[in-house]
Ligand binder design. Structure first.
Ligand code: DAH
Length: 340
């Protein structure tokens, strides 16, 4: 019997498998009720009394070794099975989620910010809900000016002093109130006007305001800054022209055209066969505005300009309907992926 037990101990120690079926056969052969080890316990009664202690220990030893082996292999098989089914093939390449594309207005706004930041302009922001002083009065709008009219401005019903800002020029007032020259800043932002929505106009749109205040700032500085800007944004062959105009907050005031970026100035339906398209308003900051904002107009001069981001984006990408910017049609938005 001793020799048998030793032989079985060696068999059990040598047993190894990855397969559930083979493990089950092992269990049946050695551990089940009719298996070899329980049957050896059955033979135990025939062992001579003087060997019983030794045999008993050897048998228990064999039984424990066989059971431990079974438990180890069983948990090993279970671990491996769950790994396979739950985690799939971990060596497969990752399937990246497709990201959305940037909105064309954001692309152009970021380009404008980038162009001006290269010549020392910071970015400043102001509130979309404004008071009359920052949107109109400080900017030299007379009390009876038509732009204050209900037709253009969204006023808050209970408080006629509060309105949605109609332009980002309100931010130049806030910047001048809160800082000392030299000031060089642009203010991109959303503006609101009570207008009928059409292919050309919307009640919500975006502007970028620019402001430069220092000693001896001249109209020539304004012109050169805007020429640099137009060439950076529309290409190095772009020409500019300034036409006299009127804004309450600048004196003198002008509107700026660029040579048509579609036909290069030869004439096409975008520029209505004139060769020029208007892109912004500008001028020298009116001394009244400087004084209204706490800057001494005897000491300092400045220039300002303001442009619509929708208009510039429409020109750059030949988009013919402003409403497309707000509809979020994926087929429209996806086309600007490459411009990122
Ligand atoms: N605020 C004007 C508008 O909304 C645009 C503008 C024109 C801004 C001339 C300026 C400027 O700073 O000098 O139409």
């Amino acid at each position: 019997m001793k020799a048998k037990i030793e032989a079985l101990l060696n068999e059990v120690a040598a047993f190894a498998t990855d397969s559930k079926e083979e493990l089950e056969q092992y269990r049946l052969k050695y551990l089940s009720k009719k298996g070899i080890i329980p049957s050896l316990f059955g033979e135990f009664k025939n062992v001579a009394p003087e060997f019983r202690k030794e045999m008993g220990q050897a048998l228990n030893n064999l039984k424990n070794a066989a059971q431990t082996k079974f438990n180890e292999i069983q948990s090993h098989i279970e671990e491996n099975t769950t790994d396979d089914t739950d985690n799939g093939d971990l060596s497969l390449p990752i399937d990246f989620e497709k990201l959305g594309s940037r909105h064309p207005l954001s692309i152009v706004r970021n380009q404008i910010i980038d162009i001006f930041s290269r010549i020392g302009f910071t970015v400043s922001e102001g509130p979309e809900i404004e008071d009359d002083f920052h949107n109109f009065t400080a900017l030299n709008f007379p009390q009876e000016h038509p732009a204050r009219d209900m037709q253009d401005t969204f006023f808050i019903e209970k408080n006629p002093d509060i309105a949605l800002r109609t332009h980002t020029s309100s931010v130049q007032v806030r910047v001048m109130e809160n800082s000392k020259p030299p000031i060089r800043t642009i203010s991109p932002g959303r503006v609101f006007r009570n207008e009928a929505i059409s292919a050309r106009a919307h009640c919500i749109f975006h502007q970028v305001e620019g402001l430069y205040v220092d000693k001896d700032v001249s109209f020539a500085d304004l012109k050169q800054t805007l020429l640099y800007f137009a060439r950076e944004l529309f290409g190095e062959h772009t020409k500019i022209r300034l036409r006299p105009s009127y804004f309450p907050f600048t004196e003198p005031s002008a509107e700026m055209d660029i040579s048509c970026n579609i036909c290069g100035g030869k004439g096409c339906n975008i520029c209505k066969y004139t060769g020029w398209v208007e892109i912004l308003g500008c001028g020298m900051v009116d001394p009244n505005v400087l004084d209204n904002c706490g800057i001494n107009s005897k000491e300092y001069t400045g220039f300002a300009f303001g442009m619509g981001i929708e208009r510039i984006t429409m020109l750059k990408y030949q988009i013919d309907d402003i409403r497309l910017f707000f509809e979020n049609n994926k087929r429209f938005l996806k086309q600007f992926d490459a411009a990122l």
